[in-house]
Design a binder for this molecule. Structure first.
Ligand code: NAD
Ligand code: UDP
Length: 323
């Protein structure tokens, strides 16, 4: 049985990856310090003999007994309100955390895949974004703690590949959504759906002309799985190129939820990227991958998930974890 370590395994994406690797017959070790994740996301796996959970901060030395075939480094705060509240931890998990994972991988002779992000392109001046674009990031702006941590993480991973011959993979993930997102994580989709469910107006930042391209989580997981098993060590964009303005997106959520509320405009956060759309030619050619779930289907599934949550989830404050 192949063994995989998934850091950030109790988070939104990490927990879906745990499910996928369990389904593929792996022994899965999820590691998480629960700073933005939740054990509820993986509690259905606890009874399985081929699943283990380690409560650990990966910015500190990592010890895992036994062999490892793969390490997937997904631990990191991921939403702007999270990484603005815990900027130092964000920088540490992207630097010390990946260093620990890469060191562990050398000892275990394992292949490492890291979760990078479309944020490495910053506020892009090339559109759609290809992997060859170097990005436009403000290192000392508020988003710099996340963007630069991820850029450092890519550089460190590539250095281990080049200088130590380690097997590495880099996925640049574009905005992904689906069940198990935290309703209060501040990202636009849970924010809008949460507001609609609570009967509040939907808070559009700026005039809503900025764009994003939203990928359903199952499509992302499939792309990551294929990339891990491929032989390509350079970054690959995984995302859904179906681009939409935030204003149009808000209107879609209003229609989907049937709410009587309206979109209201709040100030645009500093350095908020104006447009974002993945060029996925590489993923198509190298992995034979492209997204299958369109936004209407994906949003419906995600809305059903949020509707099924207990009422107290709906009213939890964003800072309920105390940071
Ligand atoms: P998430 O917050 O749900 O998951 C992150 C998980 O990492 C959480 O469970 C958290 O507790 C854990 N974690 C954070 N710091 C840790 C540490 N020091 N030690 C151990 N565990 C730690 O966010 P997500 O959306 O699932 O994102 C997962 C990964 O994917 C992140 O690396 C993120 O940067 C990347 N990513 C996500 C998206 C997206 O759209 N969801 C886009 C680009 C990149
Ligand atoms: N956004 C918004 N209202 C919200 C939360 C976010 O209009 O309540 C906007 C945000 O300014 C950005 C887009 O939606 O332009 C996507 O934001 P998110 O935080 O989901 O992801 P990211 O900016 O990291 O792509």
């Amino acid at each position: 049985m192949k063994r995989v370590l998934i850091t950030g395994g109790a988070g939104f994406l990490g927990s879906h990856l745990c499910d996928r690797f369990i389904k593929e017959g792996y022994h899965v070790i999820a590691m998480d310090n629960l700073i933005t994740g939740d054990l509820k996301n993986i509690e259905h796996l606890f009874k399985l003999p081929n699943f283990e959970f380690y409560h650990h901060d990966v910015s500190k030395f990592i010890h895992v007994p036994g062999e490892l075939d793969y390490i997937l480094h997904f631990a990191s705060p991921a939403s702007p309100i999270d990484y603005l509240k815990i900027p130092i931890q964000t920088l540490k998990v992207g630097s010390l955390g990946i260093h620990n994972c890469l060191g562990l991988a050398r000892v275990k002779n394992a292949r490492v895949l890291i979760a990078s992000t479309s944020e490495v392109y910053g506020d892009p001046t090339v559109h759609p974004q290809t992997e060859e674009y170097w990005g436009n990031v403000n290192p000392v702006g508020p988003r710099g703690v996340y963007d630069e941590a991820k850029r450092f993480q890519e550089a460190m991973t590539m250095a281990y590949h080049t200088y130590h011959g380690l097997e590495t993979r880099i996925v640049r993930i574009f905005n992904t959504y689906g069940p198990r997102m935290r309703l209060n994580d501040g990202r636009v989709l849970p924010a809008f759906i949460g507001q609609a469910l609570r009967g509040e107006d939907l808070t559009m930042f700026g005039d809503g002309s900025q764009t994003r391209s939203f990928c359903f989580v199952d499509d992302l997981v499939e792309g990551i799985y294929r990339l891990l098993l491929s032989d390509y060590a350079y970054p690959v964009n995984i995302g859904n190129p179906d681009e939409i303005t935030i204003k149009e997106f808000g209107e879609e959520i209003i229609k989907l939820t049937g709410t009587n509320q309206k979109l209201i405009s709040l100030p645009l956060p500093k350095d908020d990227p104006k447009q974002r759309q993945p060029n996925i030619t590489k993923a198509q050619e190298l992995l034979g991958w492209e997204p299958k779930v369109n936004r209407a289907e994906g949003l419906k599934i995600t809305y059903e998930y949020f509707k099924s949550l207990p009422n107290d989830e709906l009213y939890k404050m964003a800072d309920h974890r105390g940071f």
